[in-house]
Design a protein around this ligand. Structure first.
Ligand code: SAM
Ligand code: SF4
Length: 336
């Protein structure tokens, strides 16, 4: 009989286990998507507040020791962190090596896809809400569609496959063109997933009655494509409800995080660029790791702070319930 102690894990009171760590590597961004940021941007974190590469890699290593199997780099716009390739290479050295993924707006990916893949990046999700240049400029407040398209091709050429595209439909901006986006992705072999707009914008302008729900997106796609739902057993902790498109093999996903929350199967935890661990996007609290780390805390002490925060994870996000309060930190400073 083995006498080895079981590996410590990131568990909460409801039995969920976190295996997927989202790391925000910066809160800065070069786009201004309407569902995320105001036109003028936000007061960015000061450099001394941000984790250094050494601090970030050390904390990710502690999470990996606690059972994290996938690390997703995000932001803000992760490609704006100058040392990103180096950070990826160092995370790829951790044992056991986690899978490394990134969520990016794709601007700058044309230059960075190959070096990031060489450093150990396994997969990429590129956020692209529309392929209509006018809609793109309206939604992101920047004229960068061509860069994103080139970034997507570069990701595919660098072997960061399957290349996934994340899209949010906004009423009156791109809700009429969701089927065009799917057609465009199908032609290029990109896997498209729609995500419902959540109350995480810095402006606090989210309005439930104005949100384009997953059912509406599905109905609009169904006007042009035959969508066959894949069995829920294929879903695991992945939040997307997936559909075969026109009999497959291509699929499209719909993540109805607001109207059909998947909190019961959530396997995520989050680390912000300034070293706060958050057990949920919508959490009202976070635990500081940066301060204790800079004061000399050991790995075991930091691990205890992380497991303590995980234990406090709420059962669900509570959007739509009385008493729901949007978190103070916007999505761009949490890491989406
Ligand atoms: N800048 C990168 C990007 O856009 O992919 C990474 C960070 S961004 C905050 C991560 C994801 O969050 C993107 O796919 C974006 O579309 C999504 N997002 C941002 N604000 C959102 C909101 N209010 N509701 C739903 N998704 C949102
Ligand atoms: Fe930037 Fe991503 Fe937010 Fe758009 S969604 S403003 S690309 S952080």
């Amino acid at each position: 009989m083995s006498t080895a102690l079981p590996a410590p894990r990131l568990v909460d009171r409801f039995g969920r286990v976190a295996r997927d760590l989202r790391v925000s590597v910066t809160d800065r961004c070069n786009l201004r998507c309407r569902y995320c940021m105001p036109a003028e941007g936000l007061p960015w974190m000061a450099k001394p507040e941000m984790l250094t590469d050494d601090e970030l890699v050390r904390l990710v290593g502690i999470f990996v020791g606690l059972g994290v199997e996938q690390v997703r780099l995000t932001g803000g716009e992760p490609l704006l962190r100058r040392s990103l390739t180096d950070v990826v290479a160092r995370i790829a050295q951790l044992q056991p090596r986690p899978r490394i993924a990134m969520t990016t707006n794709g601007v700058g990916l044309v230059r960075l896809a190959a070096p990031l893949a060489a450093a150990g990046l396994d997969r990429v999700n590129v956020s692209l809400d529309t392929v209509d240049p006018v809609e793109f400029a309206d939604l992101t407040r920047r004229d960068r569609l061509a860069d994103v398209e080139a970034g997507l091709s570069a990701a595919r050429d660098a072997g960061l496959v399957p290349v996934k595209v994340n899209a949010v439909a906004m009423r009156g901006i791109n809700d009429h063109s969701v089927a065009d986006l799917l057609a465009w992705c199908l032609e290029r072999g990109y896997e498209l997933r729609f995500i419902e707009q959540m109350p995480l914008d810095a402006q606090h302008g989210w309005d439930a009655s104005d949100m384009v729900g997953g059912d509406e997106v599905r109905a609009r796609l169904s006007e042009r494509f035959a969508l066959t739902p894949l069995p829920a057993t294929d879903r695991g902790s992945a939040p997307a409800e997936r559909f075969l498109v026109d009999g497959g093999p291509a699929t499209v996903g719909i993540i109805a995080s607001v109207t059909a929350p998947f909190c019961g199967a959530c396997d995520r935890t989050r680390l912000t660029a300034d070293g706060q661990v958050r057990n949920c996007l919508f959490s009202q609290r976070e635990t500081d790791l940066r301060g204790p780390m800079r004061d000399g805390a050991s790995d075991d002490e930091l691990a205890a702070l992380i497991t303590g925060e995980m234990w406090r994870k709420a059962k669900g996000h509570g959007i739509g319930t009385q008493g729901f309060v949007q978190p103070l930190r916007p999505m761009s400073a949490i890491g989406g």
